[in-house]
Ligand binder design. Structure first.
Ligand SMILES: [Zn+2]
Length: 353
């Protein structure tokens, strides 16, 4: 079995929603539930040893646009969010992450040493990520506090605009070049992430924003959960030029399992074979090299292929990659080592070797 460290999941969103229904997040995570994609029993069964867990503020009422007969769709960008309620939700999700740690469900990892220790102790290695920074004000005071709570990765925007940057819509087919990039506040955010050692994630940002970060940041460029635009032209996927810049920076792309980003027709259909995932991995490896490709499942945040099902089905992807010719050393890089290298770099740790 290949141990898998995954670049993006929304398990905190699911647990936060469940708590509103009266459920106990600790019981859900440790005992397992039928719904969703990640809990500890299913993580164990699939070899999922950890990953980036997103604090994500839901856009109430977002309904994806239905494709027309020719497959085209263009969901309008969600409206910008107010800061105060966003901050409340971000604190509630962070509290769940801390409660899971206190209950022994997972280890909230703030360094590579933490990830190593979690893996040795067979604890789920969770890294706290913020997907869209609506909870953070221009003075970045909240960033300081979330960092102290364990935040080690953020995307300035989700697919909506905020004070830091502009997001891409869910649309097919569409270029990711849909609007402006970083604002002045966004530039300050990127500089601060570089200074204190928080990974900057480029999934969901406009192409202009991507190039703004590429110019400004001293980190490897990372898109934690995006696929190849040349194969599936949704605005959320990355163009060849973006992939080349990621390779140049020694960064990575995490394969997103969302079927709308895997299938050539962009359709929301779970009957999407694992061969479609392998097709993207092959393309990304061709463009980025074996050191630039990783996993970014979007578990608990997207409709994924039935053949994977949930975290317990992850080794089906490994088997698919094996039959496509990937050896153990390559699989180790894709499944976890590339993420570990990039986190060390963004966190300004010196590699042991
Ligand atoms: Zn996302």
């Amino acid at each position: 079995m290949q141990a898998i460290f995954d670049g993006h999941n929304d398990v905190l969103l699911r647990l936060w929603n469940r708590r509103k229904e009266g459920a106990d997040p600790v019981a859900d995570m440790s005992g397992g539930v039928a719904a969703g994609h990640i809990d500890l029993p299913r993580a164990r069964a699939g070899g999922l040893v950890g990953g980036l867990c997103a604090i994500y503020i839901p856009s109430g009422g977002l309904v994806l646009d239905q494709p027309k007969a020719d497959g085209r769709y263009a969901t309008p960008l969600s409206k910008p969010l107010e800061r105060a309620p966003s901050l409340d939700i971000a604190i509630e999700m962070t509290a769940i992450a801390l409660q899971l740690e206190r209950a022994g469900c997972w280890k909230l990892c703030r360094s590579s040493a933490d990830i190593d220790a979690a893996m040795v102790g067979e604890k789920f290695a969770a890294v706290l990520h913020m997907e869209g920074c609506e909870a953070i004000g221009e003075d970045l005071a909240a960033l300081e506090v979330f960092y102290a709570a364990g935040l080690r990765s953020l995307g300035p925007v989700w697919s909506r605009n905020n004070i830091f940057a502009h997001g891409v819509p869910f649309a097919y087919p569409m270029s990711p070049d849909t609007g402006p990039g970083l604002t002045d506040a966004g530039r300050a955010l990127v500089r601060e992430c570089n200074r204190i050692g928080i990974l900057i994630d480029l999934s969901h940002i406009t192409e202009k924003g991507f190039w703004d970060v590429a110019e400004l940041s001293d980190q490897p460029l990372v898109a934690s959960h995006s696929n190849a635009h040349a194969l599936v032209p949704v605005a959320r996927n990355l163009t060849d030029r973006q992939l080349d810049a990621i390779r140049e920076s020694k960064g990575l792309v995490g394969l997103n399992f969302a079927v709308t980003m895997l299938r050539a027709d962009g359709r929301e259909n779970a009957d999407t074979p694992i061969s479609e995932m392998v097709r993207h991995i092959d393309y990304l490896v061709g463009r980025l090299g074996i050191d630039g490709v990783a996993i970014g499942s979007d578990f608990d945040g997207a409709l994924i292929p039935r053949e994977i099902g949930d975290a317990s089905g992850l080794q089906n992807l490994v088997a698919g990659l094996k039959s496509a010719g990937y050896g153990d050393a390559d699989l180790a890089k894709i499944c976890r080592e590339n993420w570990f290298r990039v986190l060390r770099s963004a966190w300004k740790e010196h590699p042991a070797n």
